[in-house]
Ligand binder design. Sequence first.
Ligand code: ZN
Length: 273
Amino acid sequence: MSNALELPQEHRIPGGIAIIKLGQHEKPPTVTFNNTRVKTLQSEQDQWLAVVGIPLTQSPGEANIQVNDVKHSFSVSDFAYKEQRLTVSKKHVQLSDKNLQRVRKESKLIRNAFQQHSATQPHSTTQLHPTTQQQAITQTFQRFDWPVKGPMSSPFGLKRFFNDKPRKPHSGLDIAAPTGTPIVAPAAGKVVLTGDFFFNGNSVFVDHGAGLVTMYCHLDSIQVEQGETLERGQPLGTVGATGRVTGPHLHWSVSLNNARVNPKLLLKQDTNP
Ligand code: ZN
């Protein structure tokens, strides 16, 4: 196959990625994990691979994917993410009924955006399948560029406690940058949702195909519209401090088969230039 296949870095932990060899299949195998479709692709050796996002809520131990309805097990290791303990006033923790209703509505929209599994990714290439000589849509995989320049201010997976009560772990990574700094699409994709959300502020969701979705939060301005196709490197908005934040930064989430995974596993470069 001539297309570049830049697989993500594998790390079989909660919040990580498992790359599972599926052997040879005449037709693209259907793979699910937790009842969600999983991204599959073909390696150069004509092997099919499943690229499985492991949610932060996954218990360490045996996990199972279904490959054409046949169970395939793999093992998830434990990982000690860093902890952060904060003391916050009650009014920051408790939501009014009105805000609670708003948050519930928005959670549904966000869930729908992450649950996308579009059949083909933007700019996927059509080519002859080398063994069957049939036309097949090839799911390529290209690693991400950093969406914004700046230091990481909060890592992925951070375990947060407010007044000693566990909150949801940090399901993205934060990059600090001044308000107005351009944010670019780290790979080609399609804008599937934009809006102003209670916690996340101005946000953009980009579908990169086959269950790979990215989310950009706390934007000062949104420069794209729902339905728009983006090229790699195309500006989508600017860094801001909208929503529940203390200062300007980009919260960036990467989702694979509806599991938020460490964005670093999909980046071309480990450090932000
Ligand atoms: Zn964040």
